[in-house]
Every structure is written in structure tokens, then in C-alpha cells.
Design a protein around this ligand. Structure first.
Ligand code: PEP
Ligand code: MN
Length: 264
């Protein structure tokens, strides 16, 4: 179902009028995790001021250590929506556990993110395949493009065709940065599938200084959009502080993207 052989033309996923996969580049920005009402209000203002049309924010966080901040849970979901709705920004947030799906539906989350660590959580994929909500499907840390597309197929097989693929860097031997951004995979995914492909340069590089150039490279490689971490005060972020852009850096990046793509 997700193959170009079955559908030659590009799929465009529309989220309250924000179209991902069409001629316009879309940038989803916001903090790694939802922290406080103030942090979320400043984040929403920064996302809007930069000209981005969607907001991200994690309420359920897949942390490597069980002693790290795990996210605010349902309270975080509510803080995210309370900040984003008045700003007119649809939200993207991660679903880790199938038992939270009803809560996500009741809160009318606009886009459900399936994180890299859950790319092959087949029961989770089947459940989001049964609903009628857009899904951002991140590529697993060590998964091939064909495994990634097969994970998308699980969602499509259930009837949900609103799928956005997201390349976020893979595990390699290199330790100088967090992950290796695989732009070749973006090209292959776009060639083999009709689904939109976005890139998350934040989790790929893992350092804020790398994000703007990786973002521009992704657009030059044909990505349909970006998922970027931004925090009103990056060094104070509770999660992924090293890779968060400030609101001013996000605005500057958006200006530079306008020069290389037909951006917002
Ligand atoms: C995230 O987007 O906050 C995240 C945890 O990403 P990934 O699943 O790509 O590590
Ligand atoms: Mn993060």
C-alpha cells in the first residue's frame, strides 16, 4: 500500500490545512518535552514567530535511563494542547503505549508520533492503523529503509493511510555526533514510497550547532519537511538540552530555508 508501484503520485497528509508532502515545506518545531505552562507558552510563541505551522512536544518520553525525567504524561498532553490551540498550531506528540491511545483520541491530538524505539512495536502500529489520525513514523535506530517501509505498511494495512515518514539518524560506528543522518535513506524512501518524508536533524546531530546545516541539507536532498527541537531557554531544557535551538535560532533557520525551498 505504501509503495510507489501502487500509487505513483505523492501522498499529501493534511492536518487542519497544513499540508505535508505538497510543494510547501513544513517545519514542526517545539521542545523535546513538555515542562511547564510558561515554557510551553514561550515555545508556542517562538514556533509561531519563526513561521512554523505545527508544534511538537513530548508528554511521554522514551528515556534511556529509568531515572531520567519520563515526561509529564497526561498533564503534559494537556499543557501542550493548552499552549498550541490558542496559537492555532496543530500538535505532534509521541504515543509509547497502546493503553494511552484512547486518551490521545479523547484529547484530539492532531498527529501521533511513533518514536524510533517503537518503529517495530507491531501491536502499536496495528492500533494506530485502525484510527483515522495522521501518524509520524520515525525510522528505528538500526533499521533498514525496507523495514521502515514495512512498519508503515502495518499502519496502512489497518486502513490508516495518513502516514509521514521521519528520518532521525541511525546508529553507526561514529561517536562524534549522536546519530548519523542518513539522507540517502530519504532519497530511497521517497523513490520507493509515495508517502511524505520529513527529517529530524535535532536527534541526528544531537548538537544545536549542527541542526541548521543538517536541516538545509535535508531539504536539498528532497525532504518534505523538518521536525526540530526548540526550547525558550535551551540550556535549561529537562531533556535533550544540547540539541535545542533557541527561538531566535529557529527563526534564523526558517529565513535561510526560504532561500532554498518554497517555505511557509
Ligand atoms: C523525540 O522526538 O523526542 C524522540 C524521542 O525521538 P526519537 O524517537 O527519534 O529518538
Ligand atoms: Mn528529544
Amino acid at each position: 500500500l505504501v509503495s510507489r508501484e501502487t500509487q505513483p503520485e505523492d501522498t499529501v497528509v493534511s492536518i487542519h490545512g497544513v499540508r505535508i508532502g505538497g510543494p510547501q515545506l513544513q517545519v514542526i518545531a517545539g521542545p523535546c518535552s513538555v515542562e511547564t505552562p510558561e515554557q510551553m507558552a514561550l515555545s508556542a510563541a517562538g514556533v509561531r514567530a519563526a513561521g512554523c505551522r505545527m508544534m511538537r512536544g513530548g508528554a511521554f518520553k522514551p528515556r534511556t535511563s529509568p531515572y531520567s525525567f519520563q515526561g509529564l504524561g497526561v498533564e503534559g498532553l494537556e499543557l501542550l494542547l493548552a499552549a498550541a490551540r490558542p496559537a492555532g498550531l496543530p500538535v505532534v506528540t509521541e504515543l509509547m503505549d497502546v493503553r494511552m491511545l484512547d486518551t490521545f483520541m479523547e484529547h484530539d491530538v492532531d498527529v501521533i508520533q511513533i518514536g524510533a524505539r517503537n518503529m517495530q512495536n507491531f501491536d502499536l502500529l496495528k492500533e494506530v492503523g485502525r484510527i483515522n489520525k495522521p501518524v509520524v513514523l520515525k525510522r528505528g535506530l538500526a533499521n533498514t529503509v525496507s523495514e521502515w517501509l514495512m512498519a508503515a505498511e502495518y499502519i496502512a494495512a489497518g486502513g490508516n493511510h495518513h502516514i509521514i515518514l521521519c528520518e532521525r539518524g541511525i546508529r553507526t560506528f561514529e561517536t562524534a555526533y549522536r546519530n548519523t543522518l542518513d539522507l540517502t535513506a530519504v532519497m530511497v524512501a521517497k523513490r520507493e514510497s509515495h508517502l511524505p518524508v520529513i527529517v529530524d536533524p535535532s536527534h541526528a546531530g544531537g548538537k544545536a550547532w549542527m541542526v541548521p546545516q543538517l536541516a538545509r541539507a535535508a531539504i536539498a536532498a528532497g525532504a518534505d519537511g523538518l521536525l526540530i527541537e526548540m526550547h525558550p531557554s535551551p540550556c535549561d531544557a529537562w531533556c535533550d538540552a544540547d540539541q535545542a535551538l533557541s527561538p531566535a535560532e529557529l527563526a534564523e533557520l526558517m529565513d535561510s530555508l526560504r532561500l532554498i525551498a518554497q517555505a511557509v
